[in-house]
Design a protein around this ligand. Sequence first.
Ligand SMILES: NC(=O)c1ccc[n+]([C@@H]2O[C@H](COP(=O)([O-])OP(=O)(O)OC[C@H]3O[C@@H](n4cnc5c(N)ncnc54)[C@H](OP(=O)(O)O)[C@@H]3O)[C@@H](O)[C@H]2O)c1
Length: 197
Amino acid sequence: MAQRVIVVGGTGLIGSNVVHELKGDYDVLAVSRSTSPGMDMEDPASVQSFFDRVQPFDHVVVAAGEAAFGPLDQLDEIALNVGVRSKMLGQFRVALIARRCLPEGGSITLTSGELAETPIPETAGVAFVNGAVNSFARAAALEMEGGRRINAVSPGWIKETMQRMGMDPSPGMAASDVATLYRRSIEGTANGQVITP
Ligand SMILES: NC(=O)c1ccc[n+]([C@@H]2O[C@H](COP(=O)([O-])OP(=O)(O)OC[C@H]3O[C@@H](n4cnc5c(N)ncnc54)[C@H](OP(=O)(O)O)[C@@H]3O)[C@@H](O)[C@H]2O)c1
């Protein structure tokens, strides 16, 4: 029987490409706030009841989470909290709850972003969250036992996103190529790694 992969954010740009990348080889379930069954990773009860309902599963990918772009002058606690509640605590929550019912050999893959290591102006509200996700994966990996693993995929700018924002997409990476990094996390031996293109 095919292993089961839960893709949180599976209706979004990266997540839908991860679903497409994996669906021939795995039983893939995409989830977001707008699916049924759904999950809001900002809500602990929602995350818990989702995993209670869909287990057993073998792997979890999170390709979801918001954070606030903008100049430092406008970076107040409200803006910082967007990333803390969504991309940071939301992903940590999914990882911690999913880990409780992750089988031996199972994996959790979170999503950060290259701004953690190579920030540009007006990205402090995003960069610190990406850095936290990378640090969480590195440290949590030390306590994953039984061949269980956790990694973070750290994509750079994605072509489709750059196009949507009116930017030159040529330096970007296609979302379909980024999706292969998630396969690498699921199928390889990496644990506590920040997987970059
Ligand atoms: N695109 C890029 O260039 C890029 C580069 C580096 C890193 N990243 C990171 O990659 C992640 C995904 O990016 P994307 O471009 O694929 O975003 P996207 O197209 O906006 O998709 C986001 C997905 O997450 C879901 N989602 C949002 N909030 C959620 C919540 N609270 N609970 C559950 N699901 C939630 C959305 O569905 P619903 O709205 O239905 O919940 C959607 O499926 C983000 O964390 C982003 O920062 C993106």
